[in-house]
Design a protein around this ligand. Sequence first.
Ligand code: SF4
Length: 352
Amino acid sequence: MSIEEYLNFIENEQCDLLVKANEIRSKNYSNQVTFSRNYFVPVTRQCRNNCRYCSFSNSDVSSWVNLSQFQLHLETAKKNNCLELLLTMGEKPEERYESARNFLESNNFSSSAEYVARLCELAIERKLLPHSNLGVLNYEELSLLKPVNASMGLMLESSSTRLLQKDMPHFNSVGKDPEKRLKTIENAGKLKIPFTTGILVGIGETWEERVQSLLDIAYLSKKYDHIQEVIVQNFNPQSNTLMKNHPPPTEEDFLLTVALARLILPSHVSIQVPPNLNKQRIVKALTYGANDLGGMSPVTSDYINPDEPWPNEYELNQYLKQENFTLIQRLPVYARYIKYLSSELKNIINQL
Ligand code: SF4
């Protein structure tokens, strides 16, 4: 279908869109809703970009998690029965901050990707399954990280280059150039890395740009068959950012985007909505085509949206049961893609 046909769905055939999206979800996923029990380690808040909605990044070198702190995190993750270790950080901090270069050098690492690869090895030693999201990475960096990650991630956010212009959300953020982000997702496909990506809804993109972003992801998914899930994330303004007064998307726009994603992406690709940003509309999002709630942690917070705690797993399970959905824990790698993993990671999975 063309962009115009998808836009016509939004403008004139919303009921059809909803019915079709719900049919695809129910046929492929029945009433199962998946999530991954994870432990979130923000490796550093230093970042080369300047996204106007970001409350995560800062210039403080003390935000780096050092090797001994990391061991404590692993301990806590194990104690809380987490299977996934989510490692995320600001993008390529060493390009911008001398203090980041010094931190890496003093620990004998030449790049942040190399440092995270070591952290992943330590996590694997404790039988945790790493999922790293370090922003834009080149082919060599992805090759380094592939053997030590069960899956990796990078939000496309948007295919729109307009959002890079002055006063727009991604101004002065070189890593938010969609060409660079699509290249990272494509290289992950060439390397057969099970991958998570997604779009950020409501930062000033048009419907046409939203559809184009989903079509770009669908293209790479069909070409390389490595994308296991696509996050449809609603923009959530943070009070200490330049976009604190920018309104979040309306519920209707958000849900219609979920339905569009379900229609545009291949049916084996999960559509994920963040449960902490959509507490009051999880069931609605499911009926609009979502089937996954992503990573939820019993112990760490969502460092990107620190005011939005994860739902309690037990309570969510009870609630979904009443609504005739079944909450199921999954791995950070989907069954279809376990064949892509290193033997070390496969061994951990086989022993679960
Ligand atoms: S890339 Fe991520 S961490 Fe860096 S400024 Fe943008 S949103 Fe913040």
